[in-house]
Each structure stands twice: as C-alpha cells, then as structure tokens.
Design a binder for this molecule. Structure first.
Ligand SMILES: Nc1ncnc2c1ncn2[C@@H]1O[C@H](COP(=O)(O)OP(=O)(O)OP(=O)(O)O)[C@@H](O)[C@H]1O
Ligand SMILES: [Mg+2]
Length: 555
C-alpha cells in the first residue's frame, strides 16, 4: 500500500483449486409469486412466454449492477454478486438490483400485454462467505455457482418476503444500513435453522457514502493529518477572498480522504461556506454522464430521493437563467425530465458534439448562478468517474479561475481509469496553484492512538493490540475493520469501562469488508498474475500487502 513500505499486511489469498474458492458473495433469489395459480389461468404457450420475458427482465437488471445469473429456476432466478468478479460494494449492488427488479417487474406486469397487473415477485438477499465452483461443462465459457449456508439463508428469506418486497439478511444490512430505508422483520426462525435471524425489508435506496462510517458505538477524533488540513484551510481562505482553487486528495481505500474532507467541513463554519457534495459509484463507471449528473443535482440542491418533476424543472430553468432558452432542453434531458414536444424536437436532431457543448454550457451557467458566495464542491471517488463526464468536466475546470469555489477531487491512485484524466487535467490547468495531497498510512504512533481512541480506555493485552496494528499497516479503515471483526467474533468484548480479550487472538481471517476490497483488486488482474497469487496461497504462503499492492499496481 502506498506509503507503507516495509510493513506487512498479511492478506491470505484464498486458493482457487478445483474444489472451489471461498469468498464473500451476496446471493439474490427472485421468484414470481403464486405462479401455479397464475399458470392455471393461461394457456401453456402464453405462460411460457410471460415467464421467459420476466426472467429476461430480471437478468438484465442483474447485469446492470455487475452481478451474474447463475440459474434460471423456472419462474425465478438465482444470481450472485461477487463471483466470478468481486466488487467492494457487491452488497449495495445486489440491493439496488433487488429494488430495480421489483420496479421493473411492476412496470412489466402493467404493460399492455399484461394489463391485469397480477405478476408479483419476492426477492431475498444475503451476504456471506461461500465456496464458489466453476460448473461450466468445458469450452471457453464459465458458469459459477456458490454453495454454503449463506446461499440457503437467501433462499429462505426470499420465501419469507412479502410480494413485491426485498428482504435482506443481517450481514447485507450491515453493509447497506446507511444507504437504505428499511423496516426490521423478525427475528425470523427460518426453516432448517436453529437460531432466528434478524431480517430487514428494504423500501427505498437513499444513496450516500460507500460504507457506513466506523464501527457502531466506537469513534475517534481525527488523528494526525495536521499538515494536510492546514493546506486545505489555506485554500479555503483563498476562496473566501474570491480566488478559486482545486484540491486533489489521493490515497488508497480507507486511508482517510473522505474523513479529511469531513474534517475540513467541520472547520469551515466561521463564516459558513456553501457546501456541495457528489460522488461516483463503482457501477456508474459504465453509465455515461453519471458524474456530470451528480454535479448538476448537487448544484441544484436535489436530493437522492425522488422529487416532483415539475419542481425540478422549475429549479433547473430558474438556475439556468438566460441560458435556459438554448440549453434548457439538453439539461432537462440530462435530468431525465419529460420533454415538451418542441424540446424533444430540438434534442433529437443534435449531433453528439453539439449535445456535449450544450451540457458544458448548461453546467457552466448553473455553476455561475449558484457559486455567488464561497463554495466547496466535493467529488468523491473520482476513480469511478465515467468517461463522458470526464470529457465534459475537464474544460469546465477553467471556471475555477473566475468563481469563489474550492473544487475537491477525491480519488484512489488508479491510473488506468477515465477519472485519472480529470486529475491530469487539473495538473495541466493549475500547475503549482493546485493543492495535491497524497495521503499515506498513519505512522505507527498515530495508529496506536487511533486504536486507543476507538477502544476508549484501552486495556487490551499487548498481543491483541499488536495484532490489530500489524494487520492494519497504518490504514484507519483497516484498524476499524479489524476491531469490528474481533468484536463480531467475540474475541474482544466490553467489560464495563474496559475492553478485554476473551481469548488469545490467533491467526483469524481478514475481515469480510477488507476481503471484498482486496478481492475486487485481485479480480481485475490479468489471469497469469491471479494464478500466481493463487498458486502461492495453495502452498501456504501469506502475502505482505506491500507485495500485493506492488503486483496490483503493476509496478
Ligand atoms: N486520521 C484519521 N483519524 C481517525 N479516523 C480516521 C482517520 N482517517 C480515516 N479515519 C476513519 O477510517 C475510515 C476510513 O476512512 P475514509 O472513509 O475517509 O477513507 P477513504 O480514503 O475515503 O477511502 P475510500 O477510497 O474507500 O473512499 C473512516 O471510518 C474514517 O472515519
Ligand atoms: Mg472515501
């Protein structure tokens, strides 16, 4: 990991032999409700067509979020998120797919071919370690299935779900709790399970941050990062004096880019600044204009929750001011608003280049009218920016010379993605005036302070403390996740004011959250390197993360 040369983070890379590979996977089961009864009312051909269309629709939704349909089960599907390719946000992707799936099936059920609207689905989701197997029958294509208790639980949850709802297990909930509205269901005693589990019915997706921050009940004040914070504060002072600035925050996952930004916000209250935030999601990289749209929504003050389209249109046209007359239609289309017939005419005839120029002009006009007072515009996770947005935003950076704005771009140091071009463009445009911060791991004394802060009155045996420090290599997220795992597994517990270790902490696995993160990177490697990692893991080697990081970054 960047800045941590010499320290060992022992990531055990699971073997992928013929007998399978153990990895965290989110399983999705979706099934048509009461199909036997429905089938009786239709002739068999009609029924087969209906179910064929329905499962195809479900498959498309799973594809959209990078999942993989493993089986079509008559009138339902079994899909996995995390195999064969892991993403660190697989649980989020699965939940969004579940919600979309219900929405699209609802639309499908009320479409002209099926006006009775009687087709409903149940969706069950669960996250957990499973053993994956390649069950392809030779040839070049691969088919994956996953086996394990976590998969069975997903099937049971689906059976328990009310029609047209998504029911998720406790582990999935832990990953998405901050991003959804959900109602607890249970504890449910599921068929074949000895102990009841807490399930949640997800109602809406509200978006926001990649992960819930920190470990519930534990928190630490900011540790270190004084120099970085003062450089950002200086940039903000320039902005208050009317001079625009761009700050780029680079660093590995979990190193503290978002936290540093939140800390700046906490300090930026006197006098207050206008604070606008948006970000990219990993499955948005393939969605043209996802980031540009995020910026437009932030600038217009639209929340992630649905807003009345008429009010959205009003706000857009007012903010565009005089530009509304010529770029209004394009901008309305970018926001997926229903277009007036004349607007439709206007947009449909535009060449891609003209459309792009319209967007640039439109976003420029929105920024000019919104940034009248000192403003911070934060773009999180730029490493997931989509190509089309990067093409729009690079020329818009020039506006920073005219407006009292601090644009903050947060990114992991990934050089082979479109977002990196945006980072490059800031260097070209601003040179020495650019505030570029590379966050390295915390030095060891600060990591110790962080562990001490999180566990309040830290009274752990030194072996446990050293275990946490060795496994985290200065990465605050890893510190938190290792502690979370020790708590979850009952290896440390609170005893009044103190934390005690209940047993010797031996060589337990890496936490699921970090496992997913590392797998996501390993899965992106060329097959030969992946194979080397796996071969080494089969013969029992553990990998210092520095080695892993070097391999991963290809250096
Ligand atoms: N200096 C710090 N002191 C205390 N806690 C920190 C510090 N830096 C980060 N943390 C905590 O560590 C966790 C991970 O940090 P953060 O989310 O900011 O990482 P990030 O760099 O934004 O990662 P990603 O690339 O995945 O978005 C958070 O819970 C955060 O509060
Ligand atoms: Mg972040």
């Amino acid at each position: 990991m960047e800045g941590n040369a010499g320290r060992n983070y022992h990531a055990r890379v699971e073997p992928a032999s013929r007998v399978g590979e153990r990895r965290p996977v989110t399983t999705l089961f979706a099934d048509v409700v009461g199909s036997t009864g429905l089938a009786e009312t239709m002739d068999p051909e009609e029924w087969a067509e209906l179910i064929g269309d329905a499962t195809t629709t479900m498959g498309k939704v799973v594809d959209r979020y990078g999942g993989r349909v493993s089986q079509v089960l008559g009138d339902g599907i079994l899909a996995f998120f995390g195999v064969p390719v892991a993403h660190e946000d697989d649980p989020q992707r699965a939940v969004r797919a579940g919600l979309d799936l219900i929405r699209e099936m609802r639309t499908y059920a009320t479409s002209p071919q099926h006006p009775d609207g009687s087709l409903q689905v149940r969706v069950g989701l669960n996250t957990g370690s499973v053993v994956t197997r390649d069950v392809s029958l030779g040839g070049s294509s691969s088919d994956y299935t996953a086996l394990g208790d976590a998969v069975n639980v997903a099937a049971r949850l689906q059976a328990e779900a009310a029609p047209n709802t998504v029911l998720i297990g406790p582990t999935t909930y832990a990953f998405v709790s901050h991003s959804v509205n959900a109602t607890p269901r249970g504890p449910l005693l599921l068929k074949g399970k000895a102990t009841p589990i807490q399930a949640y019915e997800v109602t809406t997706w509200i978006g926001g941050q990649l992960r819930p921050s920190g470990v519930p009940g534990l928190s630490s004040p900011m540790v270190g990062r004084d120099a970085e914070l003062s450089r950002l504060s200086r940039a903000l002072r320039a902005v208050r004096a009317g001079r625009g600035r761009v700050a780029v925050l680079l660093g590995e996952p979990g190193i503290g880019k978002s936290r540093l930004t939140a800390e700046l916000r906490r300090h930026a209250t006197d006098p207050p600044v206008q604070w606008l935030e948006t970000g990219c999601v990993s499955y948005g990289q393939e969605v043209p204009y996802a980031l540009a749209l995020g910026i437009v929504r932030a600038v217009l003050g639209l929340s992630d929750e649905e807003m009345d389209p008429a009010a959205t249109r009003d706000r857009l046209m007012t903010a565009l001011g005089s530009a509304a007359s010529h770029v209004g239609p394009q901008m309305a289309q970018l926001l997926s608003l229903d277009l007036e017939p004349w607007e439709h005419e206007e947009v449909i005839g535009l060449a891609p280049d003209a459309l792009r120029t319209g967007y640039i002009e439109g976003i420029g006009a929105l920024l000019r009218s919104t940034v009248r007072e000192p403003t911070v515009l934060v773009c999180e996770d730029v490493h997931w920016a989509d190509e089309a947005s990067v093409d729009l935003l690079a020329p818009l950076l020039r506006l920073v010379h005219e407006l009292p704005i601090l644009v903050m771009l947060l990114s992991r140091p990934e050089r082979d993605v479109p977002g990196w071009r945006l980072i490059g463009a800031t260097r070209d445009e601003f040179g020495d005036a650019l505030v570029e911060l590379r966050l390295a791991g915390l030095p060891e004394d600060q990591s110790r302070t962080l562990v001490g802060n999180l566990l309040v009155i830290e009274s752990l045996p030194s072996a446990t403390r050293e275990y946490i420090l060795a496994r985290s290599e200065g990465n605050p997220l890893f510190v938190e996740e290792v502690i979370r795992m020790l708590i979850d597994r009952g290896l440390i517990r609170r005893d009044g004011e103190r934390w005690i270790a209940t047993e010797e902490v031996a060589d337990v696995d890496i936490p699921d959250t970090i496992h997913g993160l590392l797998l996501a990177r390993i899965d992106r490697l060329p097959p030969e390197i992946r194979r080397t990692l796996r071969v080494a893991s089969v013969i029992g080697r553990q990998f210092p993360a520095t080695v892993l990081a070097d391999v991963v970054s290809g250096s």
